[in-house]
Write a protein that binds this ligand. Structure first.
Ligand code: SF4
Length: 414
C-alpha cells in the first residue's frame, strides 16, 4: 500500500494559509477571512497530486495566536508539523515581525522536514520586501521559494511544479546497485583491519551482499591483505590472481573498500567493472544524486593555501591507526595540497549551516548511519551555500587519475 505524503501549510495568522490550501485543492476547503485566527483547528483534505500520488493536505492554525484557545491550537499545529513530510511556510512579506516564521523554520529544521517557502503577495509591490525578509530570516535562503498570490488560480500550476521539482516523496526508492544481473558473480573486496568489528560486516558491505543475493546473483567476498599488497609481497598478488582465475565464468564487477583503490585499480582485469562501497552508499543515501558528488571533486583543482576542507563522517566508530577519514584522506590531501586546513565532523552532528561558508569542499563518507532525510538536509544546506561536496570513494579513486574515477562511476551511468 502506498503511504500518503503529508503536506502541511504553516505560517502566521492571516498570512494566507487557507487561501493556499484552497489554491491547492481548487475548492473552498478552508474558510478564508481576514479575522485573525479563523482556522480554528488543523483542516485536513485528502487529495491526489498528479505526479506525486495520494496526498494529505493540512491547513494549520497560526502559530502566533496568544490566548488559551490559541495555546490549544498551537499544540495541534506543532503535532501537524511533526506529522507532515513537507512544510509549506507561508510568509506575507508586507509584515514586519518574523519571529513566528523563524520559530517554524527552526522547528522544521530540527525535525528534518523538507520546506518550501511561499511568499504570498497581497499586493504585487509587496515582493520588493522579500530581500528584507530574507535578511532577517537568514535560514529561509536554504530552502526553495515561490512567490505567488494565493487567491490567483493562475499560480496553481506553478506551485505544483515547484512542489514536484523540489520535494522528495517519502515512498521514493532507489536501487542499491542497478547494474547487478541475475545469475552473475560479484566480488566484494573487504580488506579487514583493526577497525573491522568482529562478528559482522559493516553496513554497506552487508547491504551489498544481501542485495546481490536477493537479485539471484552470487556475491563472493575476498579479504585483501592490504599491508602485504602495499609492501609488494608477491604472495598476496598471487593469491588474488588465483582467486580471480578460479571462476569458470568471469565475475561481472568488483565492489571494493575505497581504501584498497591504490592496489585494486591495477589488479582488476580491464573487462571487469569496478566501483566502491562508499560510492554505492552515497548514491543510495542521497537518493541517486551521485552526479553532484562527482562534480564536487573538481573543486580540488582550485584549492589554494589556507583553504578549509571538511571531512564528514556519519558515524562514531573507534578510530585506529590507518583510519580512512582521519588519517588516509588527510594524508593524501596534504601530499597534493600541503597548505590546506582539514576539519572534521563525526556522527549525526554536522557543521552549522551558517558557518559552512568557510569550506571550499566537503568530503563525505557513504553516510550509511544517517537517514535519507538527514542526508538530504545536508545537501540542501551545502547547495544553498554553494559548497561543493564529494565522497570518500570518489576522492580515493580520483587521486589515482581521471581514468580511475571514470571507471568507478561507469557502472552507475545507466
Ligand atoms: S557512516 Fe560512513 S564511515 Fe560510518 S560505516 Fe557508514 S559509510 Fe562508513
Amino acid at each position: 500500500m502506498t503511504e500518503r505524503d503529508i503536506i502541511g501549510i504553516f505560517g502566521k495568522m492571516n498570512s494566507g494559509k487557507s487561501s493556499l490550501m484552497n489554491l491547492l485543492t481548487q475548492q473552498e476547503t478552508s474558510i478564508v477571512d481576514s479575522t485573525p485566527g479563523t482556522t480554528a483547528d488543523t483542516k485536513i483534505t485528502l487529495t491526489e497530486i498528479h505526479g506525486l500520488g495520494p496526498v494529505k493536505l493540512m491547513d494549520t492554525a497560526g502559530f502566533d495566536e496568544q490566548n488559551v484557545l490559541g495555546l490549544k491550537k498551537l499544540k495541534k499545529t506543532i503535532a501537524a508539523l511533526k506529522e507532515c513530510d513537507l512544510v509549506l511556510l507561508v510568509i506575507d512579506p508586507a509584515t514586519f515581525d518574523y519571529e513566528t516564521d523563524k520559530f517554524i523554520l527552526e522547528q522544521a529544521r530540527s525535525l528534518e522536514k523538507q520546506v518550501i517557502v511561499v511568499y504570498n503577495l497581497f499586493r504585487s509591490t509587496d515582493k520588493n520586501r522579500i530581500d528584507k525578509v530574507e535578511e532577517v530570516l537568514a535560514r529561509s535562503r536554504f530552502y526553495h521559494r515561490i512567490v505567488l498570490s494565493a487567491i490567483d488560480i493562475n499560480y496553481r500550476q506553478r506551485l505544483l511544479e515547484v512542489i514536484l521539482a523540489n520535494y522528495i516523496p517519502k515512498n521514493a526508492t532507489i536501487d542499491l546497485m542497478p547494474f547487478v544481473e541475475k545469475g552473475e558473480f560479484y566480488i566484494l573486496n573487504i580488506p579487514m583491519d583493526e577497525e573491522t568489528p568482529p562478528g559482522r560486516y559493516l553496513r554497506p558491505q552487508a547491504m551489498a551482499e544481501e542485495y546481490i543475493t536477493r537479485k539471484w546473483a552470487f556475491p563472493v567476498s575476498y579479504r585483501m591483505n592490504l599491508a602485504k599488497a602495499r609492501a609488494g609481497d608477491p604472495s598476496e598478488k598471487e593469491r588474488w590472481y588465483t582467486f580471480i582465475n578460479s571462476f569458470t565464468r568471469k565475475p561481472k564487477a568488483i565492489i571494493t573498500d575505497s581504501q584498497a583503490m591504490d592496489i585494486i585499480k591495477d589488479w582488476v582485469p580491464d573487462d571487469m567493472a569496478l566501483t566502491t562501497f562508499s560510492i554505492m552508499m552515497i548514491n543510495y543515501m542521497s537518493r541517486g544524486r551521485l552526479n553532484e558528488f562527482v562534480s564536487g571533486i573538481r573543486a580540488l583543482k582550485s584549492l589554494t593555501a589556507g583553504d578549509h576542507i571538511l571531512i564528514a563522517e556519519a558515524c562514531n566508530h573507534s578510530r585506529i591507526r590507518e583510519d580512512i577519514g582521519t588519517v588516509q584522506i588527510p594524508n593524501l590531501l596534504k601530499n597534493f595540497y600541503p597548505d590546506v586546513i582539514v576539519d572534521y565532523t563525526f556522527g549525526r552532528e554536522f557543521v552549522d549551516d551558517l558557518d559552512m561558508k568557510k569550506y571550499k569542499l566537503v568530503i563525505h563518507c557513504g553516510g550509511c548511519m544517517i537517514s535519507n532525510q538527514r542526508m538530504a538536509a545536508r545537501l540542501r544546506d551545502l547547495n544553498a551555500t554553494g559548497i561543493p561536496v564529494t565522497n570518500y570513494g570518489i576522492f580515493l579513486s580520483y587521486v589515482h587519475g581521471e581514468k580511475v574515477l571514470d571507471r568507478v562511476i561507469k557502472p552507475w551511468e545507466k
